[in-house]
Design a protein around this ligand. Structure first.
Ligand SMILES: [Zn+2]
Length: 137
């Protein structure tokens, strides 16, 4: 689950031919990257964009195509502090936000794309917390 790819088709703005569109989200080092590519077989138009925070339209497609992943934790509740520290550092959350997210995770209510959850699981494993990204059934 270190990367997820989707592909779809859309009409080319320039010539109307069917574009080949694809999007990828991946864990690269300790962060997330995404890219989106549009290739037109009709007029040769190529669009390539990339960034770190996945745009909503790609995220929605990715969740629809691959389903959501969730974070599975073990060895709780005696190891909450390192978990909270990781959750705070990840995205600059406040402590109350990190606590709320941990409750969500423990309740199985925190979902994301495979790479998003995989990155969080890696950060948690790096501080000695047994965490795993699992597919939603
Ligand atoms: Zn075209």
């Amino acid at each position: 689950m270190t990367f997820a790819t989707i592909s779809w088709s859309a009409a080319c703005d320039a010539c109307g031919a069917a574009l080949h569109c694809s999007g990828t989200q991946a864990v690269v080092g300790d962060r997330l990257r995404w890219d989106e590519e549009h290739l037109c077989p009709g007029c040769g138009t190529t669009v390539l964009v990339c960034g770190d925070t996945l745009p909503d339209h790609l995220r929605t497609r990715m969740l629809a195509e691959h389903g959501a992943a969730r974070l599975a934790l073990s060895d709780l509740p005696d190891r909450r502090l390192p978990i909270l520290r990781v959750l705070r550092n990840d995205g600059g959350r406040t402590l109350p936000e990190a606590r709320a997210l941990l409750e969500l995770i423990l309740g199985g209510g925190h979902h994301g794309t495979g790479p998003e959850i995989e990155l969080l699981a890696r950060k948690l494993r790096a501080v000695g917390v047994a965490a795993e990204a699992v597919r939603q059934p």
